[in-house]
Structures are given as structure tokens and as C-alpha cells.
Design a protein around this ligand. Structure first.
Ligand code: PLP
Length: 377
């Protein structure tokens, strides 16, 4: 059996090596390191793939979220509702822009933001909702878009973990995640489903005016050279990263399918296990791209299991061990523990197993046997 990796970037690279080397060589020889043709071509190709009018590449996923909020003109004091159970980047940029983060609980089955909790958190100051398609599963966008329309709120999708996933609306329309709300933000961090070989990110929107605003924001607030109309930032995807992404984008559907197959095999192996809850798939199979394969261990043995797996060379991860509302940086007396029942439980129960495009059957066998044996003893 090959050594088990949490994410096997080496194995994946081996399958695209010639193509990536060639396009990187091209960038080197052209010396068009910034805003070169690779960036422009990738932008167009991603627009086509997502079926979205505008993709604006930027330096990373955290920037993408921040720039989205700047582009929408959110002002200090505006309240932005997001999930308590997610990576900190989402709440970090809200706080950095001096907006007021309002953390709410998630659904117990999908781990995604709970529409009922959003409703309860809305005040006259609420301006936006940031759903995160956590671990690769599409959030309940029908309900979220309905709430947003009712209360005149922006929707910014944090699509860092779900690129390539689908959403089938109740009107029977199919969208790519990130292309549903007013604006989508994604990350091309190496371990994401579409990852580059460094940092990268992008913002998506179908709104022409918003796209124009954002193209200035990412470039020092310039719409005309050396005329700075708004306070902007410097956030670019570089040409080398775009070259890598161009090689991987045509394979993204295949990559996501490989993740689904690995998830199915895990599911089969854990079937009938009393203390192991496998990921809940709420919609059609194409609404989950398994950025993570996350179990809940319900008999109190999660922490011991993590130690056991690590001691046996089986990598695993706890995403996330502390609810955001309990983090020092984001704690606030407004919060009431009773409102975070699900997140408070999940942080003690979740464990994510190795998930990537190169997982082999004997590795999955080995991992699932080790988990089942330990949890039941
Ligand atoms: C990875 C991630 C981000 C941040 O992306 P970076 O490119 O690392 O800045 C934001 N939100 C979520 C949910 C993520 O998983």
C-alpha cells in the first residue's frame, strides 16, 4: 500500500507534469509574470465553466471575500451574518472591514448555515449573508436567497471548498456554486478542489456594475491609470498560478468525481456503524464535491481516535475544533450559548479523513478498518 496522505498533491502532479511544466516554461520565457495572457485566458475559461459573466482573479480566497464586501460598498456597523462553524477567514474579513460579524448556528446534518438561524439574527442593520458551502456541500440556497430577497440583503457565497459543485434550484435551474448569490468568492490554495501551486483566489459575479467596481478595487482603486477613485487593495493572481490552474480546470469535474467515488467507498465501509455518522448528502450527488470527508464520532472517542490514527500513520484532521463565537478574536457578549447547540457539539465529534483525487481502494480499506476497530473497542 502507498503511504496515505491527507491530500496527495504529489500523486496528482505526476499525472499532469508534462503539461504543467510546459506552460510554466512558457510563462518563464515570456516574462509576463503579472497579468499575462495565462491570467486572462484562465479568467475566460473559468467564466465559461461556471456559467458566470465575470470572474475577477485575485491573490487568495481571503482577499476574494474581503474584496467582495468592499465591492458591495458595505460600511462600518453593517451587520453580516455567517456560520459559526467554518474557517476563520470568513469572519476575519468582516471584522477587518469594521463590519459587525453575526455568527449563527449550522444545520446538524449538512453542517451548513441554518436558514432559520439566519432569520432569527436579522436586524435593521443586517446587510449581507455569507453562506459557506462547507466541506464541499451546497448550502440551502433556495432558502437563503428567499430570505435575502425578503429582507433586501446581499448574498456573498464563500465557495472556497465547493468549486465545481452544483445547485438545483426549486425552479429547476442548475447553477454552479458561487454563481447563485450576488457574488461568489473562491480560493485556489493548493489543497482546495481546484488548487494552484501557491496562493490564488477569484471573485465571481453576474452583475456588470459590481464587476467593474471590483476590477478597480483589486487594482489600488484605479479605473484609469493613476486615478485612484476609491480605496482599493493590491490583489492579483500571478501568471504562473494561472498556468497551473489552466491545466487543472479541464480536469476539475473528473477530480470531483474521484472524490465522490472515494466518499462512496467510505460510506459503504461505515454502513451500520452505531457510533459513526457519515456525511449527509442532502441533494443530488453533484451537490457535494467532498472537499472534506467528515465523520461524526458520537461515543466520545473522537479525540482518542485522532491520536490513534496519527500514531498509525493515518493522517486526519479536525475541522474545526473551536466554534468561531468562542475564539478570542470574535467572542462577543451578544452571543448566547443556547443558540450554538449544533456547532458546540460538532466541534467535539467531527473528524475528517484523507480525501483527494488519488485515494486507492486498499488505502480506504486500511483507514476504515482502523477507524471502525478503534471506535468500537
Ligand atoms: C480556504 C478557505 C478560505 C481562504 O482561502 P485562502 O486562499 O487560504 O485565503 C476561506 N474560506 C473557506 C471556507 C476556506 O476553506
Amino acid at each position: 500500500m502507498k503511504k496515505i496522505q491527507m491530500v496527495d498533491l504529489k500523486g496528482q502532479f505526476a499525472t499532469i507534469k508534462d503539461e504543467v511544466n510546459e506552460s510554466l516554461q512558457e510563462v518563464l520565457e515570456s516574462t509576463a509574470f503579472i497579468n499575462g495572457p495565462q491570467v486572462h485566458n484562465f479568467q475566460k475559461e473559468l467564466e465559461d465553466y461556471l456559467g458566470v459573466k465575470h470572474v475577477i482573479p485575485c491573490a487568495n480566497g481571503t482577499d476574494a471575500l474581503q474584496i467582495a464586501m468592499m465591492g458591495l460598498g458595505l460600511k462600518p456597523g453593517d451587520e453580516v451574518i455567517t456560520a459559526d462553524f467554518t474557517f476563520a477567514a470568513t469572519v476575519e474579513v468582516i471584522a477587518l472591514l469594521q463590519l459587525t460579524p453575526v455568527l449563527v448556528d449550522v444545520e446538524p446534518d449538512t453542517f451548513n448555515i441554518d436558514p432559520e438561524a439566519i432569520r432569527k439574527a436579522i436586524t435593521p442593520k443586517t446587510k449581507a449573508i455569507v453562506p459557506v458551502h462547507l466541506f464541499g456541500q451546497t448550502a440551502d440556497m433556495d432558502a437563503i436567497m428567499e430570505i435575502a430577497r425578503e429582507h433586501n440583503l446581499y448574498v456573498i457565497e464563500d465557495n472556497a471548498q465547493a468549486i465545481g459543485g452544483n445547485f438545483h434550484s426549486k425552479e429547476n435551474k442548475t447553477y454552479k456554486t458561487g454563481a447563485i448569490g450576488d457574488i461568489g468568492a473562491t480560493s485556489f490554495f493548493p489543497s482546495k478542489n481546484l488548487g494552484c501551486y501557491g496562493d490564488g483566489g477569484a471573485i465571481f459575479t453576474n452583475n456588470d456594475e459590481l464587476a467593474h467596481t471590483i476590477k478597480g478595487v483589486v487594482n489600488h482603486g484605479m479605473y484609469e491609470r493613476y486615478h485612484h477613485d476609491v480605496v482599493g487593495v493590491n490583489s492579483r493572481l500571478d501568471s504562473m498560478q494561472a498556468a497551473v490552474l489552466r491545466a487543472k480546470l479541464p480536469r476539475l469535474d473528473k477530480y470531483n468525481e474521484a472524490r465522490r467515488q472515494a466518499a462512496n467507498k467510505y460510506d459503504q465501509a461505515f454502513k451500520g456503524q452505531e457510533h459513526i455518522v457519515t456525511p449527509f448528502l442532502k441533494g443530488a450527488p453533484d451537490t457535494h464535491v467532498y472537499h472534506q470527508y467528515t465523520l461524526q464520532i458520537t461515543n466520545g472517542k473522537r479525540d482518542a481516535l485522532v491520536k490513534h490514527l496519527q500514531a498509525n500513520d493515518i493522517p486526519c484532521g479536525v475541522y474545526y475544533p473551536i466554534p468561531l463565537h468562542k475564539q478570542k478574536a470574535y467572542a462577543d457578549e451578544r452571543y448566547n450559548e443556547a443558540d450554538f447547540e449544533v456547532t458546540n457539539r460538532l466541534v467535539k465529534e467531527v473528524v475528517s479523513l484523507p480525501m483527494h483525487t488519488e485515494l486507492e481502494d486498499d488505502q480506504i480499506d486500511h483507514i476504515t478498518k482502523a477507524v471502525i476497530e478503534f471506535v468500537n473497542n
